[in-house]
Structure formats: C-alpha cells, structure tokens
Design a binder for this molecule. Sequence first.
Ligand SMILES: *Cc1c(COP(=O)(O)O)cnc(C)c1O
Length: 416
Amino acid sequence: MTTKPKSKTKPLGPIPAGYAAIDGELAIGGHKASNLVEAAGRTPLFVYSKDRLDTRASELRKALPGSIGINYAVKANPHPQIIAHMSDLVDGFDIASSGELAMLKKAAIDPARVSFAGPGKRDDELEAAIAAGVTLNCESEGEAQRSLAIGQRTGKTPRIAIRVNPDFELKGSGMKMGGGAKPFGVDAIRVPALAKMIIAEGAHWRGLHIFTGSQTLSADAIIEAQANVLDLAQSLADEIGHALPKLNMGGGFGIPYFPGDEQLNLAAVGDALHELAEARQHSLLETELCVELGRYLVGEAGVYLCQVIDRKVSHEQTYLVTDGGLHHQLAASGNFGTVVRRNYPVAIASRFDATPSAPVNVVGCLCTPLDRLADMAELPDADVGDLVAVFCAGAYGASASPLNFLGHGPAAEMIV
Ligand SMILES: *Cc1c(COP(=O)(O)O)cnc(C)c1O
C-alpha cells in the first residue's frame, strides 16, 4: 500500500499521565479497553476514571493553600456519577443553569455549597436558586433587582454575590471572559454602588466572583491574574465599606491538548497563592477564598473510545472511519472554539503499545468533512474492529457536542 511521505504527518497531542498498556491494550482505571467496551455493551463510550479524578484533586490539595477552597464548574462534565464523585473531592459547585441545579439536587449536594453564575438567568431559575439557598453570582444590576424582587415576593432572603467584569484578563487564555465590553459580570467601576444597594436591601451579601479566563497553561499568566484579582477585590471591598465574606478568584487552569503543549506548573501557581493569601490585608483578611475549575479537575480523567468500522484509501491517504465523531467530541474535531485544527491525543486503544507505522486519518461517521478525530497521525497499523481512544475527553465532551446532529444518538458513559 502506498502512503504519503513522512513530511505530511501531523503530530498528536500528549497522552495524559496515568494511562498504560495491559496485554498490549490501553487500560483505564486498571481495566482493558476491550473489557470496558464489553461491559458497556457498545461503542462509542466515554470512560471516566475515578483514580484520575482522585489523583488530580489530591495534586491540587497538595499544591494550593488549605485556606483556598476548590469549586467544580459543573458544565465541564455534568454526568451524575461525576457529580457524585466530585462531591467528596471539592468544596463547592458552580452551576450555570437551573438544569444543573436540578442535577445537583438529585445528587443531594448541599445548596450552601453551590453558586450560580451565567448571563440570562430567567426569573424561574432565580426563584429556584433562591428557594434552594444557592448563592447567585449576579451578572447585572437588572438581575440583582429581579433577584431582590423575587426574594420579597417569596419571603426568602436571596444570597447574592456580584460577578465582576474586571478590566484585565487572563493572558494566553483559550477563552477570554474578562476585560473590555462583555456579557459577563458587572463592570468593576459600577460594582461598589450595586453592592451597597444589595446590602441595603437586606440580601445576604456573599461577596465577589472574578473570573478572568479559561484554558491557560502558563503559570505566570495565572499568577498575574490572581494577584490582579486580589488587588481588585481589595479595592472594591474598601469602596463598598464591608468585609468580603467570600471571593471566588476564578480559575483558568489549563490541560495540554495539542502537540507542544506542556503541563501547567501547578507547584508554581500554588506557591504564589500561598504568598498572595498570606499577604492579604484588612477587608480581605476574613474572606473565604476559592478557585473554580472545570477541565483541570475532570478533563484528563476521561477517554472516548470508538471502533473502526471501515478502513479505506483515498488519493493515497488511509482513512480509519470510526463509529464516533464530532456529535460526541466536537472539541477534538477542532470545531469548539479553535481557529486552526490540531490533533488531540489519540491512540489505537487495542494496540496501545504497538509501534506507529504509516500516517492515517481518523474520522467520525458523520457526513461532513468537519468530522475529523486525527489528521495524518502516526498510529499503529489498525483495521476494522480496532478501538480508537481520544484522550482529554472528560470535559466538554458528551455534554458539549451536537448530539442530535445526524441522528446517531448518544455515546455510552461509564465511571470506573
Ligand atoms: C466555564 C467556566 C469555568 C470552568 O472553565 P474551565 O476552563 O473548564 O476550568 C469556570 N468558571 C466560569 C465562570 C465558567 O464560565
């Protein structure tokens, strides 16, 4: 068979730590991929590893000061078993809809641990959150007014924090959510007046939420953003004239997805946070601090397994056509906020320790050229029936993909 020259190969992203071969196959949580597929009864299948979740959480606890709480951003992966497992690993939960609130209620998560951010909260969502005793991270003056009115009408005092739109952002962030005009948060300059009004109206004042961005691998950028967040919180608290009960400092801790990406230096972030937390003064001294993380907690714990259905050649390029695709893995296909498509970490799970041979394209089963899982990747020779693994599938996978597009239906999901 003819293959393209080597120069055409494209590198794959780095496979996360903790995945090894058993009998030549990829093992997840100590189980061979083929056994997991057999237990699930089908592919495509998301497998989430408790061991990887636990390891990541303990790495964080070790690096960060004990005084800094860790919140889980549920939108990264709202699978019920992930929520249940995270409950023992994190302090709080950040939600962005009443749908996510319902999921936490089902998992019997204490609403006192929950805060609700996100623009466009409907009145019925505010009411459900206020009734449950969830903290609202208000995104605008209008939302604060509606929350207070709902509190009055229902006789339940709302717990209100203000989400601040800061004048800076997390550098190198994959998704910019602070700095300049934004739909998120209240411009910093208007926060003191709003906070005073909320306090004067008798709501439970819960402090500030300052989220500066997502998916950063640079410790320096995160450290700088966190120092800026604490400075801003200090000056806002001084202007408000009340100590801040709580400060959600945002997160933005990234994971390596693409060739050349390197692990975030968590120790450096942790050391800087120790210093920042110790250097706090007056109105922040008693403030409860937390970071909110999504993908950093769960992303690397998930693997998406799909099966090769067809192997074909077109213009001298080999295609492995799988039963998976962008309807479950929009991000890996390169269509979830990426400008230039690059390969995620992908492997042949059923030949995990085999030597790569000629470059192949791994595609999904959707009838669109967008449905690509790996371009010109050097993978072991694979054929119909082999299992393909896409790593970093624990966050923004199943719940962040256009499931109904082309009608193939959902993937199976399991936690091991
Ligand atoms: C999405 C989101 C997060 C989680 O982002 P990750 O990149 O997954 O860590 C945290 N906080 C807010 C406000 C968010 O919108």
